[in-house]
Design a protein around this ligand. Sequence first.
Ligand code: AMP
Ligand code: MN
Ligand code: MN
Length: 323
Amino acid sequence: MKRIDEILCGVKTTAIAGHVRPDGDCTGSCMGLYLYLKENYPQIQVDVYLEEVRPEYDHISKIDQAKCICDEEKKYDLLIILDASSKDRVGVAASLLDTAAKTVCIDHHVTNLGYCMVNHVSDKASSSCEVLFDLLDEEKISSDCAAALYTGIVTDTGVFQYSCTSPHTMRVAAKLMEMGIPFSKIIDRAFFQKTYEQNQLMGRTLMESIMILDKRCIIGIVRQRELDFYGLTPGDMDGIVNQLKNTKGVHVALFLYELKPQVFKVSMRSDELVDVSSIAAVYGGGGHVRAAGCTMTGSPYDVINNISLYIEKQLLSHEGKNA
Ligand code: AMP
Ligand code: MN
Ligand code: MN
């Protein structure tokens, strides 16, 4: 018996939910599970909650059925949360954590401490889609479900580039390809394609970026007024931090964007020298060793001064020096 059958045993109503500002892995895993349940368990009534669906993920079947407002009155037998590392990251459906009879978390964040009744967390997995795939019965995965799961794997691995990509990831992706998905189109839509305005903001951020710590750390900053000027939202800036990190010689990229005056979302990317998840955790955030985030208050300079101390410490310890 596949573990999904154990999870669903005796369940009549299920809610599926992801994290705030859903990315490709969150959207792909929530929708992949939704499609799988719809197609194979017609006796179970299932709802999927996603805060806002980004246009990059429009190719996912039935994405228009995702609910962005939670029915708080509704009592579900089961709540399955995907790709959210902590309670405070759960998006629109957070209130269901207190009312659902059973809660299950499917995730791959190293900072996930297990906040549900049952936790399937594998920090070695590339994505929550990969963890989910391993819980499902391969024979029952349709090409629509496969396309959703492939979307999450492609986006969380940077198209199979990041170190979270394992031989197992490639085997899972190969199996999904064999299910007849339009993989080139998915990769282009979900990862590479940007609007003209997104590219303009990326170009501007790179042009105005600064280097610190002997050019080993690069920083990009976007203020609210710039987002407003281009008519963009935070979700439109996916990819900027990775492009910053592509700079030769850089070990850490920091990308700050203003959520409101004196409040910044900080995205961090690193290579093998620096563990950014531990730095994000100091400021109440989390993530992975080489990709993490947190929200900080103060001016950009306060944020940079605070975080750069931790980065410098780790870089120095690699050189055998103490900070
Ligand atoms: P981002 O920089 O937003 O692309 O996020 C990189 C990784 O860190 C993702 O796996 C996120 O789930 C995680 N992450 C980002 N922000 C936070 C936060 N405030 N708290 C916990 N995890 C976060
Ligand atoms: Mn995610
Ligand atoms: Mn993920």
